[in-house]
Design a protein around this ligand. Structure first.
Ligand SMILES: Cc1cc2nc3c(=O)[nH]c(=O)nc-3n(C[C@H](O)[C@H](O)[C@H](O)COP(=O)(O)OP(=O)(O)OC[C@H]3O[C@@H](n4cnc5c(N)ncnc54)[C@H](O)[C@@H]3O)c2cc1C
Length: 409
């Protein structure tokens, strides 16, 4: 979200000197580099639909019109559901269709034909009964959904930004935001409450300790935003939560066949699949011949107020995969039985606590961008593009009112 904002800010203000300060040694080393990096335009909220749809348009434009490989694959997203889930989702699906979001509905028979190995019901299977696994009665498919390579995307933004004259300071930590009076009087104790305030810049720690003055400070600090905002009394409501990914080798003919399932997309690859239980999902990563598997465990996964700076402190849990995720996965897709984890890692979602919508707001000459809520890859571009275009002078909270889709040029 930071590097997309920097790119659009520089593009819309070519004469401004813009410096991106990052604690890590290169762009995209935070949660972006740990992301599942998938995208979908299928959201129940129309704000999210606009943000993601417009970001996807930009990604397609970059890869197909500008011929920059960002690893984009339009795999599609496939939600597998039982009858109850299908009927509960129907009003949302109709809302999406009214907003022009393309979706397709699959009957059980279609799915049996396309995914012949999938269990759609469990009969007397005791383990499935214990886990209360719903049958698969149908599916919903989003064709304008897929995955990309976060590293390649970030390198695209960073390259374009530097080509336009933007600058980076890596291995540099912003320690605090400096506030002062907009008119300095030289009296001890300034700023007083009767003085107008402005953000003067940031104190950084890198090669040396420095005070960097700035006309405007943009904070896109992901899961760490509270650390800089709370000391200056600005609320952003971000709450971090650990998320994990498990990479499973597509070993053997059955798993390879599943990975290369045809009939869903032009790539003849399995789509991103969401199972009807506990949000367990998986997608093919064809260039590595693996599946990435994950689960949306909301309740019973604690929030973290001030996350560690070193993301390596957040470890993926083998037990969590083996005891919670795998039994569901292998029940629906038996070809995963006894497959070993090839790699696993964890990162942080940065939830915008009130409504899980990303935000951009202004506090004097400080602009805060964030609240990805686990979908910052697929909304980061439009968020950066919109706030930098609408310079946000009047913008305060609730930025996500009704902005028109701004098409990439
Ligand atoms: C396991 C997992 C799976 C995910 N899957 C998806 C997905 O499929 N699709 C999707 O859209 N999103 C997904 N996400 C979410 C997505 O990764 C994030 O929304 C996105 O990466 C957020 O980008 P960001 O730039 O805000 O944060 P980050 O990439 O974390 O970057 C924040 C940057 O701020 C810097 N920083 C913070 N504080 C300071 C400071 N004081 N001084 C200097 N630098 C500082 C950090 O060094 C870091 O580089 C996933 C996340 C995880 C963890």
């Amino acid at each position: 979200m930071g590097v997309a904002s920097a790119y659009h800010l520089k593009k819309n203000n070519p004469s401004k000197r813009i410096l991106v300060v990052d604690r890590y040694g290169a762009p995209g080393q935070g949660n972006t580099g740990r992301s599942n990096a998938s995208f979908r335009n299928t959201f129940s909220s129309s704000d999210n639909q606009i943000l993601s749809n417009s970001t996807i348009d930009f990604f397609i434009h970059v890869q197909e019109k500008r011929n920059v490989d960002i690893g984009l694959q339009k795999l599609g997203y496939l939600w597998l559901m039982d009858e109850g889930q299908l009927s509960r989702s129907e009003p949302y699906l109709q809302g999406m269709e009214r907003n022009g979001i393309e979706i397709a509905r699959y009957q059980k028979e279609d799915l049996r034909r396309l995914l012949p190995s999938m269990a759609t019901e469990f009969g007397s299977d005791e383990e499935a009964a214990l886990m209360e696994l719903p049958p698969v009665d149908g599916g919903v498919f989003g064709p304008k959904c897929g995955r990309l390579d976060p590293d390649k995307l970030v390198r695209f933004y960073a390259r374009e930004f530097t080509n336009m004259g933007g600058e980076f300071a890596f291995n540099t930590e912003a320690r605090s935001i400096m506030i002062g009076p907009s008119k300095r009087l030289g009296k001890e104790g300034e700023p007083f409450v009767w003085q107008d305030l402005k953000i003067e810049g940031v104190h950084v720690h890198g090669v040396s300790d420095e005070a960097l003055g700035a006309e405007t400070v943009v904070l896109a600090g992901g899961a760490w935003e509270n650390e800089l905002l709370e000391p200056i009394g600005v609320l952003c409501n971000v709450k971090a939560k650990k998320r994990q990914l498990f990479s499973i080798q597509a070993k053997g003919a059955k798993l390879e066949r599943l990975l290369h399932s045809s009939g869903f997309n032009e790539l003849d690859l399995l789509p991103f699949v969401i199972l009807p239980k506990s949000g367990v999902h998986f997608k093919p990563v064809s260039e590595e011949n693996v599946f990435w598997v994950a689960c949306e465990d909301e309740i019973n996964r604690p929030f973290i107020d001030l996350p560690e700076h070193d993301l390596e402190k957040y470890r993926a849990e083998r037990d969590y995969y083996e005891k919670s995720v795998y039994p569901i996965l292998a029940s629906y897709f038996p070809e995963f039985r006894d497959c070993q984890i090839k790699a696993m890692w964890a990162g942080l979602y940065a939830y915008n606590a009130p409504d899980c919508l990303p935000y951009a707001f202004r506090e004097n000459n400080l602009i805060v961008v964030g609240g990805d809520s686990g979908s910052g890859m697929m909304k980061g571009d439009s968020l950066g593009r919109i706030w930098t275009l609408f310079t946000a002078r009047k913008m305060r909270r609730c930025f996500m009112a009704r902005f028109p889709i701004v098409h990439p040029n």
